[in-house]
Design a protein around this ligand. Structure first.
Ligand code: DUC
Ligand code: ZN
Ligand code: ZN
Length: 476
């Protein structure tokens, strides 16, 4: 038998082309693309459906320590199951260091949490909270060498925020090792100043979370992160960009030839700060940072996606349960927005929202959708062409979409550990009906058929974007 599986009759799309062809799969990889491929142990009829590279969500938080008494809603099993139902075949969570911890031990701990529990493939970014000489001089270079080729730094958050000096030191390690630095760009002191002032005025409701982190807080930090990266001559990814002013900082850097990349997320396309105004504590369901903003910011984020300022679209999945004293309704969180855990679930809804609001409404092409949802993530984070495309030799990581299916997003359709979706009631057209990882279905016709533990850890090469040949070149 020539193939294990043939997917027949679908419309296949990559980041560059859309074409009708059958896909022959052998030993977990794409072995042939064409017509009349012959015999296979199994044939899957995809007529009337789209066959796309499985989504790669390169910004998710799973089972991350979140402060005293707070528990994240997803472990690796529930997060990767939810990811698979959302058309994803790989996620990149963070292995988060806390002050004083050995990075090596942190990474080993995340492997223990993930091993044998994943439904889709995973790889880890690092979060550097303790930029000590031992971490930067020894552990970090060795980990980059071992395939942990990207790390995130924070310019805000108690216990995580790095000073400019520390950022420069971390960026120097990235420069020496070829790693990619991801930056959470918000000005910590400005947020603390505004938060104190709001609290003194009795403005503690969830909606003041947005007031405490206005656009200039993000724009300034974005500009500063870019300037620091320019000094070191190192590529950076500005993650979860929420508005036009920060986006314009990135565009300006790109037009000056700097290797500065941008990411935005669904919450900045379809939510606004008005969502934080819900009655009682309902607004906590939308507390994330940066906060959702306004209609003009949404339009700017679409422009960023259309014009290539943003090369990746991720969820920033960071789920907490709502009706739970270990989640959004933690006792301390009820006293002030300052203590509400930051983050919202989104790994399952990222792609249907982008498909419906983007492709179906004519804002982006199907090929741009593939680039933003899969291919550029693989290129950015050292996974291409094993992951992120449909090509002979690539892993058979595929999502089969019904482009006509109309669904109203609601919590009862979700498969993660949270008890709400911030996208409740949003009507979408287009839905991922089946997801296949390395030639095996995880979700088939809307039902879970994959095994827990079938998802594998994938070590990564250096980012293509961190190589000198890419100076000034932003993936389209
Ligand atoms: N902000 C982050 O920086 N990370 C996770 C969630 C959030 O809202
Ligand atoms: Zn962040
Ligand atoms: Zn995040």
């Amino acid at each position: 038998m020539a193939f294990d599986t043939i997917i027949r009759g679908g419309t296949v799309a990559t980041a560059s082309d859309t074409f009708s062809c059958d896909i022959g799969i052998r030993d977990g990889r794409i072995a042939a693309l064409g017509a009349a491929l012959g015999e296979a142990k199994e044939t899957v009829d995809a007529s009337g459906l789209l066959v796309l590279p499985g989504g790669i969500d390169s910004h998710v938080h799973i089972a991350q320590p979140s402060g005293p008494g707070i528990v994240m809603a997803d472990d690796f099993a529930s997060a990767t199951r939810s990811a698979a139902f959302g058309g994803n075949t790989m996620v990149l969570p963070f292995a988060m260091q806390q002050k004083g911890e050995s990075l090596r031990e942190v990474v080993a701990d995340y492997h223990r949490k993930a091993d044998g529990r994943c439904y889709v493939d995973v790889s880890f970014h690092l979060i550097i909270a303790d930029a000590s000489d031992a971490v930067l001089g020894q552990e970090l270079p060795a980990l980059v060498h071992d395939g942990y080729t990207s790390f995130k730094v924070f310019m805000t958050y108690e216990g995580l925020a790095l000073s400019d000096m520390e950022m420069l030191n971390v960026m120097s390690v990235a420069r020496d090792t070829g790693a990619l630095v991801m930056v959470h760009a918000e000005n910590y002191d400005a947020i603390r100043f505004l938060t104190d002032r709001l609290e003194r005025a009795g403005r503690t409701a969830p909606r003041y979370h947005a007031t405490s982190r206005p656009v200039p807080v993000e724009r300034e930090a974005t500009h500063r992160a870019i300037s620091l990266a320019e000094l070191i001559d190192v590529p950076v990814m500005i993650v979860h960009v929420s508005n036009g002013e920060a986006m314009e900082e990135i565009r300006r850097a790109q037009s000056r030839g700097l290797r500065v990349y941008g990411e935005t997320c669904p919450q900045y396309l379809v939510l606004t700060e008005k969502d934080l105004e819900g009655l009682n504590m309902e607004g906590t369901k939308y507390v994330c940072s940066p906060p959702p903003r306004d209609a003009a910011s949404q339009r700017a984020c679409w422009q960023g996606l259309q014009q290539g300022v943003f090369s990746v679209f991720s969820s920033d999945h960071c789920p907490f349960r709502y009706d739970d004293p270990q989640g959004k309704l933690a006792p301390k969180g009820r006293t002030s927005f300052r203590w509400v855990p930051n983050g919202i679930p989104g790994v399952e809804t990222r792609l249907p929202i982008l498909f419906s609001e983007g492709v179906v409404k004519g804002r982006i092409t199907l090929n741009r959708f593939v680039a933003l949802s899969a291919t550029n993530h693989a290129r950015m984070y050292g996974l291409y062409p094993k992951k992120g495309t449909i090509a002979v030799g690539s892993d058979a990581d595929l999502a089969i979409w019904d482009p006509q299916r109309k669904v109203t997003i609601t919590q009862s359709l979700m498969h993660g550990g949270s008890d709400y979706t911030p996208y409740e009631g949003i009507a979408v057209t287009g839905w991922p009906v089946s997801t296949m990882v390395r030639g095996r279905f995880v979700v088939r016709d809307g039902a879970l058929v994959g095994k827990k533990g079938a998802g594998a850890y994938v070590p990564r090469a250096l980012s293509e974007m961190a190589r000198p040949a890419h100076a000034g070149g932003v993936p389209g």
